[in-house]
Design a protein around this ligand. Structure first.
Ligand SMILES: C[S@@+](CC[C@H](N)C(=O)[O-])C[C@H]1O[C@@H](n2cnc3c(N)ncnc32)[C@H](O)[C@@H]1O
Length: 357
């Protein structure tokens, strides 16, 4: 299959029993950044009828500064961290169509007000996707080309019908938006979105999700329970209004040889076998056949946790040990061709020297 990634480091290929996946086109070094990409679609994870307003900029999703925020001039619901973010949003994610549609959906008499949070967030997704189609139809086509389809038994179909009935009165008939299209969008999102998490806090491991993003190329990374790459984002450390705040960065944890598949973990790598099995089947529809799963399938709870099996050694090295974190550590990018011996956590940003390097 022809490479559809712009980077020459990766090639899209069919992988037996996994669908498409990304393969290294050359030998790559631990710490190397193999992909940096802006989202195709990004939307807030805050339910439309949340009791507390989102504390994040509705464009770049940085925490709003306590001093000055910028408000959408047409509705009072949406706040931005800078004039630049407001201007970008008014021409894209918070267009006049989005603003008007969300204002209606958020009206206290809206039927959505009584509905579960999940449906309220799905309403944001459908509005964001229709808005994408209005402004850049080719991007909706890209979204629709991703993995995943609704099946008839799925709650997706009922949710899509309901949401479409609420949103379609605001759409021009020539756009041909249908409930079937809404169902496809929800199905694609389920399998392909990345979560932008709220900043790390030592208080607890359960961080809320700020936003969901779909990244056209990063979505082709298959899951590995012992991944050779992991994702970073730098939403909070960017400058106000920086268009790249929500970029995803994929960095290698280990050296990868030419022709090897590059995988990321779809969740924190320290989860036990039964939890991984459940998430992968319920959320992604597959059973993982990796070596770690084969070994751990026969373990009793926690058994062999301290053995010298390769994956146990991997976990002890690359799971961040900062309190309430358990993110994945990857080396900093190589400098002048030299690999770094400093590991960085992709959740809390903790740095530690890898004495074994
Ligand atoms: C985000 S997509 C990854 C790209 C996908 N393979 C494709 O063809 O577009 C996630 C889906 O890929 C497949 N997948 C990912 N990792 C897998 C693995 N380790 N084993 C089997 N299937 C996998 C599953 O069907 C999953 O729902």
């Amino acid at each position: 299959m022809a490479a559809q990634t712009s980077t020459s480091l990766l090639r899209l290929e069919h992988i037996p029993n996994k669908g498409r996946g990304l393969i290294a086109t050359q030998d790559l070094k631990a710490g190397q950044i193999i992909l940096t990409e802006s989202p195709l679609l990004l939307y807030s994870a805050t339910p439309l009828f949340s009791h507390t307003p989102s504390p994040y900029c509705h464009n770049c999703f940085r925490t709003l500064p306590p001093s000055q925020t910028f408000q959408c001039p047409s509705c009072s619901n949406y706040l931005f961290c800078s004039q630049k973010c407001l201007s970008i949003a008014l021409n894209s994610s918070h267009s006049s169509w989005t603003c008007q549609t969300l204002s209606h959906l958020q009206n206290p008499t809206s039927p959505l007000s009584e509905k579960p949070c999940e449906l309220q967030v799905q309403a944001r997704l459908i509005v964001a996707a229709y808005n994408l189609a209005i402004h850049t139809p080719s991007k909706l086509q890209t979204l629709l080309s991703l993995h995943g389809n609704p099946n008839d038994q799925d709650s997706i179909v009922d949710n899509a019908k309901f949401l479409h009935s609420l949103i379609s009165p605001f759409c021009s008939p020539h756009m041909n938006f249908s409930a079937e299209l809404a169902a496809k969008i929800i199905a694609k999102e389920r399998l392909n979105s990345f979560c932008l998490m709220e900043p790390y806090s030592q208080k607890g491991p359960q961080r809320s999700i700020k936003a969901y993003g779909i990244y056209q190329k990063a979505t082709f990374f298959n899951h590995g329970c012992i991944p050779n790459a992991c994702r970073f984002d730098y939403v909070e450390s960017g400058e106000p209004g920086d268009e790249h705040n929500t970029d995803i960065v994929i960095r290698l944890i280990k050296d990868v040889g030419v022709g090897s598949e590059i995988c990321i973990s779809y969740f924190r790598i320290n989860k036990d076998y039964s939890t991984r099995k459940k998430i992968l089947m319920e959320d992604y529809g597959f059973t993982c056949e990796c070596d770690r799963c084969k070994i751990e399938a026969s373990w009793n709870d926690g058994e062999n946790k301290y053995s010298d099996l390769p994956h146990v050694i991997f976990l002890s090295k690359f799971v961040c040990d900062k309190e309430n974190c358990a993110g994945t550590m990857a080396p900093l990018p190589p400098k002048d061709g030299e690999k770094s011996n400093v590991l960085e956590c992709n959740f809390c940003g903790n740095l530690k020297v890898d004495l074994a390097t």
